[in-house]
Ligand binder design. Structure first.
Ligand SMILES: N[C@@H](CCC(=O)N[C@@H](CS)C(=O)NCC(=O)O)C(=O)O
Length: 216
């Protein structure tokens, strides 16, 4: 087996890559990285000095591929399966990538900031950053609500990279700023994502680590 994924089962960006791998049944070796372990952290830094996961290693092609979106692009190109993550057609292609960026930058990162704020020690909290992140999420919820009223998946009929990005983003966003009572189409979209076998599997595998998530 040539692919190895360096990841953690609770990490939201790793979920995004896992969904893509599970979606097409792509064989890979999962290597769980405990960033609290100096040796394991050092091994990850050796692969990708930025020190963030997921990182995909492809021994067959002698390539190290960091960044969840790039991993999915790489799989789409070199380990193609039944689900194509980015359409080949011009407009649909950039619109799909735009949605991937939208979920990562404007839903996922503010959610990460809210979680990160919870982990800060008392006296080092960032109330201003927290309010900014919540405001950004509210804007996104309204945008997604309008958009998903008539759609099954982020790009319509087909499951794409946009849905790989939306899955962890919306799952964790709902944990830190719940939307089920205010945005029913966003909630219904999250339910569809959670029922998708690839994401259901990811959620199931994360269960043993759920207690590590910092509740308010
Ligand atoms: N832009 C990156 C973000 C990856 C990321 O933020 N990963 C988090 C886990 S969800 C991480 O590695 N956190 C550990 C750290 O920052 O030390 C991607 O899309 O893969």
């Amino acid at each position: 087996m040539s692919l190895t994924l360096y990841y953690h089962p609770l990490s939201s960006f790793c979920w995004k890559a896992l969904i893509a791998l599970y979606e097409n049944g792509t064989p890979f070796k999962p290597v769980s990285v405990n960033l609290g372990d100096p040796d394991e952290r050092a091994a990850l830094l050796k692969l990708w000095p930025i020190g963030k996961f997921p990182v995909l290693r492809d021994d067959a092609r002698n390539q190290t591929v960091p960044e969840s979106s790039i991993i999915i692009d790489y799989l789409d190109r070199y380990y193609r399966g039944q689900t194509r993550f980015t359409p080949a057609d011009g407009d649909a292609a950039w619109q799909t990538r735009l949605k991937d960026r939208f979920y990562d930058l404007y839903v996922h990162l503010p959610t990460q900031a809210i979680v990160g704020n919870r982990l800060r020690p008392a006296g080092a909290k960032d109330p201003h950053g927290l309010e900014e992140a919540k405001a950004r999420l509210r804007t996104c919820y309204d945008m997604i609500e309008a958009e998903m009223a008539a759609k099954q998946w982020g790009m319509g009929e087909s499951f794409t990279i946009a849905d790989c990005s939306a899955s962890p983003s919306l799952y964790y966003a709902n944990r830190v700023l719940p939307f089920r009572d205010t945005h029913r189409h966003v909630a219904a979209y999250l339910d569809r994502l959670m029922a998708r076998p690839a994401f259901a599997r990811v959620l199931d595998e994360a269960k043993p680590y759920a207690h590590l998530f910092p509740e308010e």
